[in-house]
Design a protein around this ligand. Structure first.
Ligand code: GTP
Ligand code: SPV
Ligand code: MN
Length: 581
């Protein structure tokens, strides 16, 4: 296989010349090809077969112990003007960046096969889908991209028809963290990544293309590329509302997207459209619609069990690639809070010893096709996507942020998103549990200056009179003893119901300086075990603390200088003044 598209052929030839692979393989995405790659990796030890009776067609990959998460300090946005990348990104001058990384790519694929992966982000016949080609020397990346994207023959055919695609070049290099870089060239629609084989660093269709490059294109073309799940919530009358929710990494997107309604909520159904990324477009009627550019889930394993998320638990019992979990004596995958089995081996492949660290790495992941999800919505294939009733921001905050509150209008909603803060998690290297600003859950993923991004968000109010309502949720409030005040997971449906009631104008709310909060009696707490006063704390607004918070948001926004839209600063001032009066 090769291609009729000269620009693609020339690029692959030039990369092969630079990286000197033994072989070049064009991926067609077929089952036979996948089987050959799996056999090859079983032989080399890159994949280990898990218990075939209980986990058919499941494999374990152990990544290098120093390569287990995204590396934000090594991720760059390389634009001609540094202000276009903004204070939210690390920047390098494009020519210098190419020179630096090309030196590392020189000869990097000696003794290896160069794989060419044509892929499509979004339904293959969607006008909103975008094409890309990833070149990699990692067969693990190929088999993951096959689950995560529409990869192979059909994507190549569309690339050849359209002639444009995002160029992604990846090599695992020698996994030396000092020679690891993830570089983005939005002006050239290209990505270069070397020195990591892990997740968002290596599966270039995901965060690199579908968020960093796509967010840049979206701004130019009038749409949004967001770190959001997409979920359909069907009420007992059979009506479905679609929500898109932006929570930072490892803050509950996959779990909310595949929520299982508790027994106390008969007749409610959840439909999963996407669990990590959403591309949003206004249609001709001014309705905001969402597609999921991905075709699979690269989800956090620890914490997944039959009680927290039975659908996820069942989904990952077959045809799943596990990365960095432990194993049991029966060669089943094992992770913290699995609630069944005992670990025998840890994620590094050493015998498991209690007190010697976790068996599964906290950022261990499963890769599965979205179609394996029992709550998969076939509308995930709809070319025009689904109409959104609400946008929901969220974060992981021990204190301050209430369970749920609503913005008074779009502009306030944009401020709410820009002010999102959350405790850091194991999804990226660095300290865990530190509160940092993560606007719209896009801090690691916005491919351009946040100030311009907020202007772009604000501009939607000029283009439509029926934008979705905007909310903020927090499942992670704790009491003094560090226990979660809210049970979370399936019970989050009770909060989604309030959100939907608000969208339909069915329920009132309490107006506060930070927005509209539920009246306690409007949250259904039937059969819910809540500690005393929990709901009261969850729905309270501590004015003194919020004054500090809003002042801190103001200082944060000031950091964006002249490019900051005045409208956003005005909105911050309005909320701060309301808190002070
Ligand atoms: P990324 O894939 O990194 O973008 O993460 P995500 O936002 O999809 O997060 P995910 O749903 O995988 O959840 C991350 C962790 O939070 C897991 O360990 C979950 O068990 C836990 N979690 C998810 N939802 C809830 C919740 O409602 N309450 C509590 N307490 N924990 C939750
Ligand atoms: C995240 O960190 O938000 C993820 C995992 O979804 S990764 O693909 O590594 O970005
Ligand atoms: Mn994510």
């Amino acid at each position: 296989m090769t291609t009729t598209l000269a620009s693609l052929k020339e690029w692959v030839d030039s990369v092969a010349k630079l990286t000197e692979p033994d072989k070049v393989h064009w991926c067609d995405g077929s089952t036979a090809e996948n089987e050959r790659l799996v056999s090859k990796m079983l032989a080399s030890g890159e994949l280990l077969k898990l218990n075939h009776e209980t986990y058919p067609d499941c494999y374990l990959h152990r990544s290098d112990p120093n390569d287990v998460a995204r590396v934000e300090h090594l991720t760059f946005v390389c634009t001609a003007n540094p202000d276009d990348a903004g204070p939210n990104n690390h920047w390098m001058e494009p020519a210098a960046a190419h020179e630096k990384i090309d030196a590392l790519f020189a000869g990097a694929m000696k003794g290896r096969t160069l794989y060419v992966i044509p892929y499509c982000m979004g339904p293959i016949d969607s006008p909103f889908a975008r094409l890309g080609v990833e070149i990699t020397d990692s067969p693990y990346v190929v088999v993951n991209m096959r689950l995560m994207t529409r990869m192979g023959k059909d994507a190549l055919a569309r690339i050849e028809r359209e002639g444009t695609f995002v160029k992604g070049l990846h090599s695992t290099g020698d996994l030396d963290p000092d020679k690891r870089f993830i570089m983005h060239f939005p002006e050239e629609l290209s990505i270069k990544s070397i020195g990591s084989g892990y997740g968002g660093n290596a599966l270039l269709g995901k965060k690199c293309h579908a968020l960093r490059i796509a967010s840049w294109q979206a701004r130019q073309e009038g749409w949004l590329a967001e770190h959001m799940l997409i979920v359909g919530v069907e009420n007992p009358q059979g009506e479905t509302h679609y929500l898109a929710c932006a929570f930072p990494s490892a803050c509950g997107k996959t779990n909310l997207a595949m929520l299982i309604p508790p027994a106390s909520q008969p007749g409610w159904k959840i439909w999963t459209l996407g669990d990590d990324i959403a591309w949003l477009h206004l249609d001709d009627d001014g309705q905001l619609r969402a597609i999921n550019p991905e075709a699979g889930y690269f989800g956090v394993v620890p914490g997944t069990n039959a009680k927290t998320n039975k659908n996820a638990f069942d989904m990952i019992h077959h045809d799943t690639i596990y990365t960095n979990v432990g194993t049991t004596a029966e060669n089943e995958p094992w992770w913290e809070d699995k609630k069944v089995g005992e670990p025998a081996t840890d994620w590094k492949g050493n015998p498991y010893k209690a007190g010697n660290g976790a068996a599964a790495h906290p950022n261990s992941r499963f890769t599965v096709s979205a179609k394996q999800n029992p709550s998969y919505s076939t509308l995930a294939e709809a070319p025009d996507g689904v109409p959104l009733s609400a946008i929901v921001f969220g974060g992981r905050r021990r204190e301050l942020a209430p369970l749920v509150y609503e913005a008074r209008d779009w502009r306030h909603g944009v401020l709410m998103g820009a002010g999102v803060a959350s405790e850091t998690t194991a999804a990226a290297t660095g300290e865990v549990g530190v509160v940092r600003r993560d606007p719209m859950a896009m801090k690691p993923f916005c491919g351009y200056n946040f100030a311009d991004y907020w202007s772009h968000w604000l501009s939607f109010a000029d283009r439509s009179k029926k934008l979705p309502r905007v909310f903020h949720v927090n499942w992670f409030r704790q009491d003094q003893d560090g226990r979660f005040l809210w049970p979370g997971f399936g019970e989050n449906l009770r909060v989604l119901r309030w959100i939907i009631d608000r969208c339909d104008g069915r329920v009132g709310a309490r107006e506060t300086p930070i927005g509209f909060l539920p009246n306690a009696s409007d949250i259904d707490t039937r059969d819910l075990e809540l500690s005393e006063n929990a709901l009261e704390s969850l729905l309270s607004v501590d004015i003194a603390q919020w004054q500090k918070e809003m002042a801190a948001v103001g200082e944060y926004l000031e950091g964006y200088g002249d490019r900051l839209p005045a409208e956003l600063k005005d909105e911050q001032r309005r909320v701060l003044e309301a808190l002070q009066s």
